[in-house]
Ligand binder design. Structure first.
Ligand SMILES: [Zn+2]
Ligand SMILES: [Zn+2]
Length: 173
């Protein structure tokens, strides 16, 4: 498949290059021009921190080419009913978004690792996968907090991989 990475905000090129390499297993990865997070996006203030509604990014990516498009942003994200989310995607769309806002406090290595795991997780949803509640190490296990992300691997378990591989084969990888 063709995967486009779309930066929103100021994202270190090291993060983007790392994601590009890590996501190469899924297909051809290209980088779209970065843009500022639009003021028109729905926002809220939570404990003095501005958060953006995750689905706004998915809508904004409609013009982007690619079988799948991954937004990477430095602003904090939320979904209705949740305090925050590390990322978001829906199973029926080709769009996913991740935020690196909460990943950087434990050094650059952790930032890269968490970004990659979250990107693979959200793209997994767009490949037809739901959360894997049974497997703590599977990348499709839900991350409620950073410890969840740090504990799981960046790989699909055998069962999840079968679903992802089926979708990828249809997309011509
Ligand atoms: Zn998820
Ligand atoms: Zn799994």
């Amino acid at each position: 498949m063709n995967l486009t990475i779309k930066p929103f905000g100021r994202i270190d090129s090291k993060v983007l290059e790392y994601l590009r390499e890590e996501l190469h297993d899924m297909g051809e990865v290209s980088l779209s021009a970065s843009q500022a997070v639009p003021d028109s996006f729905i926002q809220r203030n939570r404990d003095g921190q501005v958060q953006y509604l995750a689905t706004e990014f998915e809508k904004a990516m409609a013009p982007e080419k690619g079988d799948r498009v991954l937004a990477v942003t430095d602003v904090d994200l939320f979904e209705r009913g949740l305090n925050f989310v590390f990322g978001h995607a829906t199973i029926r769309d080709r769009f996913a978004v991740i935020s690196i806002a909460r990943f950087g406090n434990d050094g650059p290595e952790k930032l890269l690792e968490r970004s990659a795991k979250t990107a693979i997780h959200e793209l997994g949803h767009t490949l037809g996968l739901y959360h894997d509640d049974a497997n703590l190490e599977c990348v499709m296990h839900f991350s409620e907090k950073l410890e969840d992300t740090d504990r799981k691997t960046r790989a699909f378990c055998t069962r999840c991989n079968a679903v992802a591989a089926f979708t990828l084969s249809r997309l011509g990888t």
